[in-house]
Design a binder for this molecule. Structure first.
Ligand SMILES: [Zn+2]
Length: 270
């Protein structure tokens, strides 16, 4: 049985047996792995507090017959900043859930690891408004699911004002081309512009975007549904966040410039 070192971010943890935990980690070099933290739920365990979701850490892992066992955890970035702020915690939980659901076990993805670290940094201390939809959009792109938002998926022509979104086909269509997906839904030009922005935005640009609340909510709903379709999953965290802190764009810090009808219709400012 061998030993290996990891650096990674804790995505998720579950109880196992009487006192252990199963911990899912996105590692820098080995992709997503799930390991056992023995005794992590015992009151005096030093492991337990070091393996909370969103914590970045280094550790030693011993190969086991069924599951590998983690030990010697050294915290590189704790999640203290998140625990004190429900909204930031909520955004981080959506980011972690998306990463967990999107990735297969033990496929290294250095780009996704960097993206996750950036998104969690933003969740800890950056402008929050579009962090999780940006992470979802970039994750879809990095994993080969870039949706078409500028041109009609069917006829290839550039879309103007009116368009519909098709989760099944993975992009936008002219209203005239929508017969190919009866489930396609109308998408505003503002939501479409926001999606186009999020798919390629650099993190530094996120603080300068000020989408209207309806466009933001629509883009979030589209990204959530599309991510669920691509990765054949149901996401829980976005719904929980919505119930606890309100729909995207309704909270004060989520839409600082979004009051009034004018900004509601405005395209994102980059
Ligand atoms: Zn068309």
């Amino acid at each position: 049985m061998g030993l290996y070192k990891i650096e990674g971010v804790v995505l998720r943890r579950r109880n196992l047996g009487e006192a252990d935990r199963l911990v899912t980690v996105l590692t820098r070099d080995r992709g997503k792995i799930t390991v056992v933290a023995r005794g992590a739920r015992r009151p005096r365990s030093r492991l337990g507090g070091r393996l909370e979701p969103s914590t970045r850490m280094r550790a030693l892992v011993a190969e086991g017959r069924t599951l590998d066992v983690i030990s010697q955890v050294e915290v590189l970035e704790a999640n203290a900043a998140l625990r004190s702020d429900l909204e930031r915690l909520g955004v981080a939980s959506v980011v972690l859930e998306l990463a967990d659901r999107a990735l297969a076990d033990r496929h290294p993805h250095p780009d996704v690891y960097r993206l996750l670290r950036t998104a969690l940094d933003l969740a800890r201390g950056g402008p929050l408004a579009v962090v999780w939809p940006w992470f979802a959009a970039r994750l879809l792109v990095l994993l080969g699911h870039r949706p078409s938002v500028a041109r009609c998926l069917l006829c290839g022509q550039r879309l103007r004002d009116a368009a519909v979104w098709s989760t099944t086909l993975g992009g936008c269509l002219h209203p005239a081309c929508r017969a190919h997906d009866p489930l396609a839904v109308a998408i505003s030009s503002g939501a479409r512009a926001l999606l186009a922005f999020l798919l390629d935005a650099r993190p530094a640009a996120l603080g300068r975007v000020a989408p209207g609340p309806r466009d933001l909510a629509s883009a979030c709903e589209i990204l959530r549904g599309y991510a669920e379709a691509c990765w054949e999953t149901r996401l829980q965290a976005p719904g929980v966040v919505e119930r606890v802190i309100g729909a995207p764009g309704q909270t004060s810090s989520a839409a600082p410039h979004a009051s009034g009808r004018r900004s509601e219709r405005a395209a994102p400012v980059v």
